[in-house]
Design a protein around this ligand. Structure first.
Ligand SMILES: [Zn+2]
Length: 169
């Protein structure tokens, strides 16, 4: 995981520091506010790309709202980090997402829909998030998530998760 570039970015929810990483295959972004190096209980949201929500303002998923809430919670606390991973369609890609949508509209869960369309239920890989947290020397994180799997995965990759906070304002 190599640090490529960094800038400050003004957002609706305050100024964040953006650090772009590259792992040899993919880019990933650390987007943080406040002092996080060697800090404990740093609020952390791991967020995967979603073209429909973030580009096209889709109202069929919560990705956009979740990002806004994460930014606001971090702004309120004055400190925290969002890790953006290029994992469209739960890591299966945007093509897989489009192929899953008809099944989803028949009433299947997103996971089932991917499977029936011939893809993995969840092909996401959170190891890049662990590498970024290590590269930025974050001592422990309080995860902003409702997904226990993300917590377990980061734990397995050597990240101390000191708590979980649900994504609510
Ligand atoms: Zn989405």
């Amino acid at each position: 995981m190599v640090k490529m570039a960094e800038v400050d970015l003004k957002t609706k929810y305050g100024t964040f520091r953006e650090v772009l990483f590259y792992d040899g295959q993919k880019e990933a972004i650390a987007f943080y506010m406040g002092d996080i190096s060697e800090q404990k209980d740093v609020l952390c949201r791991v967020h995967s790309s979603c073209i429909h929500a973030h580009i096209f303002n889709s109202i069929e998923c919560e990705c956009r709202e979740e990002m806004a809430i994460a930014q606001q919670l971090i702004q309120k606390e004055g400190r925290g980090i969002i890790i953006w991973l290029e994992q469209e369609g739960k890591g299966n890609g945007h093509y897989a997402l489009l192929k899953s949508i008809p099944f989803k509209r028949e009433g299947m869960s997103q996971a089932e829909a991917y499977e029936v369309a011939g893809f993995q239920k969840d092909a996401r890989d959170f190891s890049a998030a662990a590498k970024i947290l290590k590269a930025l020397n974050v001592a422990s994180i309080k995860m902003l998530t409702n997904n226990q799997k993300k917590v377990d995965t980061l734990n397995q990759h050597g990240i101390e998760v000191s708590g979980i906070k649900s994504l609510e304002l």
